[in-house]
Design a binder for this molecule. Structure first.
Ligand code: GLY
Length: 425
């Protein structure tokens, strides 16, 4: 199988690394890729959001399967164009990708499917904002209705901060979604979905705030770990049966069947799992940890999903132990990150700690430069979370990037047994 991976972050680096471990995958290309991916696959400078360019590349490369990593090309219909060209594509149609592209659409699907989620209201005009804020909070949850790379969400007990964020979004012409706050530990459950067939991967937990102890602004994700020692297997079954399967069935009923990776972000509260968000693609940085524990061929799973044969595919097998991703971010991330600094200490391989590239570029002289907010990920495994954390933090300490920062507490609350599920009411 020849596979083309679309995207340029650490999630795509992890996908390429996992595809390389699949003996059925003979060749991998990535577009546009990054300097880390270039060590594993042929990289081509193609705009991932251009359906025409992606189809031309897929044809030129002779791809049997195209895997689309980020949400923007999916929402723009790149998967539709690849399928229309007769090439198997892992990723939903533009119509199905609205589950992430429009929070209002996602809410409507959930309501029709009877899936628990936060109460919400859409605000379109600045004049409606104050009255709407009075009907919510504290705590206020203020979201950009469209795509915002994880940074369109403000969760705050400060009404004026909530108001400022809502007003700024409206000024930019973006509808605002106000939501009631969902309490309880958060879970990311990624499911391969092909119509009504749903195959869950390992549950993971992201760390969205920039600072230790969940302080500071939201980011695209500062780290993740899997599996979740505090989450009973029966809760995963409950999420699949009561959340993901009804949503998949509702999408089929509406004539927009989902094909690809449906990411359910949930809070496990007193009433059980409630949906915080759906995404139409692999999550970042959770995927990097989840794939580190995958013990089955990834290409076969993605190809089966893309070709409507997931129900007949071998279910995924998982390695024992735990995996963790720690994100190394540039100075000032998630504001205006500083870029263009030389990075050192990424060389060398260790069996239990890989360095994945997220926002990097190569200089002409071969030096590696920072080129984004989230710059690198260290992905480590261990017999348990304590060991995985030790491997990750030992590896990240050897990386040098001026002004960079990372959270030191990824997975720590789980190790210290500080996460518990609320009693059901
Ligand atoms: N982990 C957050 C995201 O992928 O959107």
């Amino acid at each position: 199988m020849r596979v083309l991976v679309i995207g340029s972050g650490a999630r795509e680096h992890a996908l390429v690394a996992a595809l390389r471990r699949d003996p059925e995958v003979q060749a991998i290309a990535a577009a546009p890729g990054n300097p880390g991916i270039a060590q594993l696959a042929e990289v081509r400078p193609v705009d991932p959001a251009s359906a025409e360019a992606v189809v031309a590349l897929a044809r030129d490369f002779g791809a049997d399967l195209v895997v689309i990593g980020p949400e923007v090309p999916l929402v723009l219909g790149v998967a539709d164009a690849v399928r229309a060209a007769g090439i198997a594509c892992f990723g939903p149609s533009a119509s199905a990708a609205r589950i992430e592209g429009s929070k209002a659409f996602a809410k409507d699907v959930m309501a029709a499917a009877g899936v628990r989620t936060a109460h919400s209201e859409i605000v379109d005009h600045p004049g409606e904002l104050d009255a709407a804020l009075d009907r919510f909070g504290p705590t206020w949850v203020v979201k950009d209705d469209g795509l915002a790379a994880g940074k369109g969400v403000v969760v705050t007990t400060d009404r004026s901060a909530a108001r400022d964020h809502g007003a700024e979004l409206l000024e930019q012409g973006h509808p605002v979604l106000l939501e009631s706050f969902l309490d309880g530990p958060e879970v990311s459950l990624f499911c391969l979905v092909d119509g009504e067939t749903v195959v869950p991967l390992l549950p993971a937990q992201d760390h969205k705030r920039v600072g230790d102890g969940d302080t500071g602004p939201n980011t695209g994700g500062m780290g993740a770990y899997t599996p979740l020692p505090w989450l009973p297997a029966q809760t995963v079954t409950e999420i699949v049966d009561d959340v993901v399967k009804p949503v998949a069935a509702e999408m089929v009923r509406r004539g927009v069947p989902f094909s690809g990776l449906l990411y359910a972000g949930l809070a496990i509260g007193q009433a059980g799992p409630s949906v915080v968000e759906f995404n139409c693609r692999f999550g970042d940085p959770e995927t990097q940890a989840v794939l580190a524990l995958l013990d089955s061929p990834l290409g076969a799973l993605l190809y089966a999903t893309a070709t409507g044969t997931l129900a007949e595919a071998q279910p995924p097998r998982w390695k024992d132990g735990a995996a963790i991703t720690v994100v190394l971010a540039a100075e000032n991330y998630p504001g205006r990150p500083r870029t263009g600094d030389v990075i050192s200490g990424t060389e060398g391989t260790a069996a239990d700690a890989a360095v994945l590239h997220a926002g990097t570029a190569s200089r002409e002289d071969g030096a590696l430069l920072s080129a984004g907010g989230r710059v690198l990920n260290v992905v480590a495994t261990g017999t348990d979370l304590t060991e995985a954390r030790a491997h990750a933090y030992e590896r990240i300490a050897a990386i040098k990037l001026p002004g960079s920062h990372f959270r030191t507490d990824i997975g720590l609350a789980a190790v210290e047994d500080r996460i518990s599920l609320p009693a059901r009411v």
